[in-house]
Design a protein around this ligand. Sequence first.
Ligand SMILES: Cc1ncc(COP(=O)(O)O)c(C=O)c1O
Length: 409
Amino acid sequence: MKPHGPIPPGFRADPDGMLLIGGDRADALADMAGDTPLFVYDSAMLTTRVAEWRAAMPTEVQLHYAMKANPYPPLLAFMAQLVDGFDVASGGELKAALASGMPAGDISFAGPGKRDRELEATITAGSTLNLESAGEADRALSIAGHLGLTPSLAVRVNPDFDLKGSGMKMGGGAKPFGVDAADVPSLVRRLLDAGADWQGFHIFAGSQALDAAAIAETQAQTVALAAQLANKIGATPPLVNLGGGMGVPYFPGDKPVDAAAVGNALAATLATRDPILADSRFAMELGRWLVAEAGVYLTRIVNRKTSHGETFLVTDGGLHHQLAASGNFGTVIRRNYPIAVAGRFGVDAEETVSVVGCLCTPLDRLGDQVALPRSDVGELIALFLAGAYGASASPATFLGQGAAREILV
Ligand SMILES: Cc1ncc(COP(=O)(O)O)c(C=O)c1O
């Protein structure tokens, strides 16, 4: 038997033992959707999560949602009402963000390979470009000149530090992301001389960290770096985007980030900031911490079989919807995401099984030798933490399978 990650708090069963998501039975949701596999996103959990963040953080810090984590349009429209801005990573995401009701001025676009048409669409919309290189700055200025528009431009800084303990490091050393810190002052002066509407800095050092102290240390370094750059430039950045980094507990032994500790440390950092940042606004940019726990992936068992003494539950889902849960999205060692039999939620485990997908590859494993209550063909398996980097971060067309259904409840 191999352990699985902790089931997020807040999930419970009805008297029949059926998992409830947003107050609805998992089997009723699958019926309502018409078929499985299915992603269900619980809007009440999104609201709670944002409220939790706001209660923990200093009020002067804004919350931006990195929509790469989950761009499902109804969820996006819901999040647009809850947060202060969206971070997008492509022209396609920009279009979806604009359609969600988020004001164009509260959308920023970071990404190392923006094409001219994406620069043009962002400038035309009046959203902010987080510039990732001097070359990109030249192209943005020239496109804005042709359009006769003043572009909103921030500079994404490649800091000389990374976020310790983060699953994905986005700063420190040679990186395709951002402008090396040493080159930022001259670039910002050039933007100001060109008459651009300089929006400040975007400094994103890493993601998926669970250690509050590491996040706090990175935020302190980030504020110090912003002050140092601002003093070199001789101008106050209107906005300092501090990046994100708050992760979620996917695996056995993982503990949730202590958001209050991050907030308290950030309040102390901001209280003692360099005077050049006195009038700056601050923001954090979070994806998975906001949406991962609100999502459940429901997949139906289509076959139960044994091979060499091992029991396999073969489902109608798989890595084509849940690449990260299968261990094939940037993980070195495969470990089990939280998983349950939806119809016997909270019941003690009775057997050790491997839950696999319907693809003919050994990579397609959703639960490896996990202990679960007994389940059979036709029953639903629930995979948790499916609200982030699930549907949109998995190869849905692989083997002609197609996308999963999605609903927001
Ligand atoms: C620039 C940027 N913003 C936001 C995020 C979202 O990170 P997470 O979903 O871990 O919060 C990422 C993730 O890689 C990123 O690169």
